[in-house]
Design a protein around this ligand. Structure first.
Ligand code: MN3
Length: 246
């Protein structure tokens, strides 16, 4: 079980490493840049998504897996001072320009992991707070897929068919909704790494790594996907559609 002192110690050790790295490189990075990316708390209690996603899974997923991506991202950024001050989204959208594979691969895996999980926590909410799709979102879903039921079925198929670890996504691509999926911690922002057909602005995403569901659902990924619909934060998804199409 994660304790806050574990996390504080990890962050402290990590900050010390970064500070030393910045000093060695003669970096003039601001204190905020030197501090690197931090693991934000979950936007709700770990037990808030029960019974659909259990508290223990959320604690390990956020406090261990996501924390490790944040640490890995910061370690990768410490080897790439030229990226200091760039947003994570802009780095992920331009990974082919990172020359050294020793930096690009961890940025892809850990930077993708940090972005994906931050997104994931925020497009979920306790079932009572999950809201409903906005009129604009309902219309866009009907237009792209025919109905909400067909959309959910197609999305669940994309999640089920993703072999091994990865994500299913609902993206805005050229102003229209599209379902796609990516392997590992790749995402639809990664120009030049994922197929162009997968690129777009994510407005909904589902983690189908086994660590996201195995404690409670074991090998039953489809059951996890079915339960997950109960905790999709439609208010947030609707907001993201509005932002992506404005
Ligand atoms: Mn995960």
């Amino acid at each position: 079980m994660k304790t806050s002192s574990d996390l504080n110690r990890r962050q402290f050790v990590h900050l010390g490493t970064l500070a030393a790295g910045a000093a060695l490189l003669g970096s003039r990075a601001s204190a905020a840049e030197a501090a690197g990316h931090v693991l934000a708390p979950l936007p709700y209690a770990a037990a808030a998504l029960e019974p659909h996603i259990d508290a223990r899974t959320m604690e390990i997923h956020h406090g261990k897996h996501h924390a490790a991506y944040v640490a890995g991202l910061n370690a990768a950024l410490a080897t790439a001072p030229d990226l200091a001050g760039k947003s994570l989204e802009s780095i992920l959208a331009d990974l082919p320009s990172v020359a050294a594979d020793t930096t690009r691969t961890p940025l892809r895996n850990h930077g993708g992991g940090h972005w994906n999980h931050t997104f994931f926590w925020n497009i979920m909410a306790p079932a009572a707070d999950a809201g409903k799709p906005s009129a604009a979102l309902s219309k866009a879903i009907d237009s792209a897929f025919g109905s909400m039921d067909v959309f959910k079925k197609s999305f669940a198929e994309a999640a089920a068919k993703r072999f091994g670890s990865g994500w299913a996504w609902l993206i805005v691509q050229d102003g229209k909704l599209k379902i796609t999926s990516t392997a590992n911690q790749d995402n639809p922002l990664m120009k030049g790494l994922v197929p162009d057909a997968d690129l777009g602005t994510p407005i909904l995403g589902l983690d189908v790594w086994e660590h996201a569901y195995y404690l409670h659902y074991q090998n039953r990924r489809p059951d996890y996907v079915t339960a997950w619909w109960n905790v999709v934060n439609w208010n947030e998804v609707s907001k993201r559609l509005a932002a992506a199409t404005s």
